[in-house]
Design a protein around this ligand. Structure first.
Ligand SMILES: Cc1cc2nc3c(=O)[nH]c(=O)nc-3n(C[C@H](O)[C@H](O)[C@H](O)COP(=O)(O)OP(=O)(O)OC[C@H]3O[C@@H](n4cnc5c(N)ncnc54)[C@H](O)[C@@H]3O)c2cc1C
Length: 348
């Protein structure tokens, strides 16, 4: 669909080749525009963007614990958009919509009740609300889940393989001019300023995540994750443990991985994962799926979620410039719908 922001065959500059940058580049190129993307990463596979690190949970309901009604609606819309987007890519990307499970151990009913009450307050459609799952039903749904005594199904949730999707999005946008190793110092209407000078465009998108300072008051929130390799483990859905101390989730990922995440620390430290996060997250994961005891820790990673002071996403449009930022913990959940909204914004 043509965008009301700029005429057809416009020249577009994008600052940032993370999740938003790749989605925008693909859609704008497919719409017939001339697209240039600038990013300090040395090449398309370099993993600086938070998009690479994400576990890929697509959880509009569960995320309401720390999000608002707009994030919820953007999430529901994105769950419709992802399959259509993925169809445009040359290589398959793992995407599933089998729902997700909220779990709680015996003794943690208080922590679980707090989250369930919050969700009940925010979700008005009974079809989307958490549905209690009996012990027998849980054994049928996820036989490897052995620890938790309580379970609730969120039937509309899903997951995406973030690494495959980051690779496939860039590969599919073949007509885009990717300027790797090029940092944007300032993004203004119609202009991207790099160290080597100014580049002029009909319209500019600033999607630099934590790199968008000082134009936006964005900060990075450290998150740490682990990839466990567990051949033979039967796990279909993302699992989220409702725990008084830790936020822990387990997300199955092809071919035989379970991604365990994630810490949420108010720090811009990008150094490797800490001992404390390792012990806490992996002990919690093992308490949910005891079979993981023999899994191999094949990878760990830390990165920064781009967050604004209210922890909510922001889309700002003026003539010649659109800024999108603050996707925080929900980037994969909401990015397609946010990009759709950005491209449909009426001309300012
Ligand atoms: C541990 C962890 C787990 C997560 N799990 C999930 C999840 O399960 N579900 C979910 O929905 N979301 C999750 N997220 C959040 C999601 O990854 C982010 O919300 C999303 O990546 C934000 O997209 P973005 O394009 O705004 O930023 P990014 O993906 O970070 O991309 C920003 C890009 O801008 C570039 N850049 C920076 N400075 C400059 C500059 N000066 N000039 C040009 N380019 C620049 C960077 O190099 C980068 O490529 C997780 C994040 C983390 C860290």
């Amino acid at each position: 669909m043509p965008s009301p922001l700029f005429p057809s065959r416009s020249t577009i500059g994008i600052a940032g080749a993370g999740l938003l940058g790749r989605l925008l580049a693909l859609q704008l190129e497919r719409a017939g525009h001339h697209v240039h993307v600038f990013d300090p990463a040395p090449h398309a596979e370099a993993r600086g963007a938070a998009g690479w690190t994400a576990a890929g949970m697509l959880s509009p309901v569960a995320e309401l614990e720390c999000a608002d009604a707009d994030v919820f609606q953007l999430g529901l819309r994105s769950l419709e958009l992802w399959p259509r987007l993925l169809q445009q890519l040359a290589v398959p990307v793992e995407f599933r919509r089998d729902g997700s499970l909220l779990l709680a151990h015996r003794g943690d009913e208080g922590a679980a009740r707090r989250v369930l009450d919050l969700l009940a307050h925010k979700v008005h459609d009974p079809a989307l609300a958490p549905q209690p799952v009996t012990a027998a039903a849980l054994r049928e749904l996820e036989p490897s889940v052995r620890g938790p005594a309580h379970a609730w199904m969120l039937p509309h949730e899903g997951r995406i393989h973030a690494v495959q999707a980051m690779q496939a999005l860039a590969a599919a946008a073949r007509g885009v001019q990717w300027h790797w190793g090029r940092s944007v110092v300032q993004a203004d209407p119609g202009v991207l300023r790099c160290e080597d000078g100014e580049h002029r465009f009909d319209h500019v998108f600033d999607v630099r995540g934590t790199g968008a300072r000082p134009e936006l008051p964005v900060r990075g929130v450290r998150g740490e994750i682990f990839w466990l390799q567990a051949p033979g483990l039967q796990l279909t859905r993302p699992l989220r443990l409702l725990h008084p101390r830790h936020r822990v989730y387990l997300v199955p990922r092809a071919p035989d991985l379970v991604v365990v995440g994630a810490s949420e620390i108010e720090s811009e430290d990008r150094s490797p994962v800490s001992l404390r996060s390792t012990v806490e997250l992996l002990a919690a994961a093992h308490s949910v799926v005891p079979e993981l005891a023999e899994a191999r820790i094949v990878h760990s990673e830390s990165n920064l979620r781009p967050a604004l002071p209210d922890n909510l996403p922001r889309l700002e449009t003026q003539a010649g410039l659109t800024r999108i930022n603050g996707l925080f913990r929900h980037g994969w959940l909401i990015a397609p719908a946010l990009v759709e909204r950005a491209l449909q914004e009426p001309k300012p």
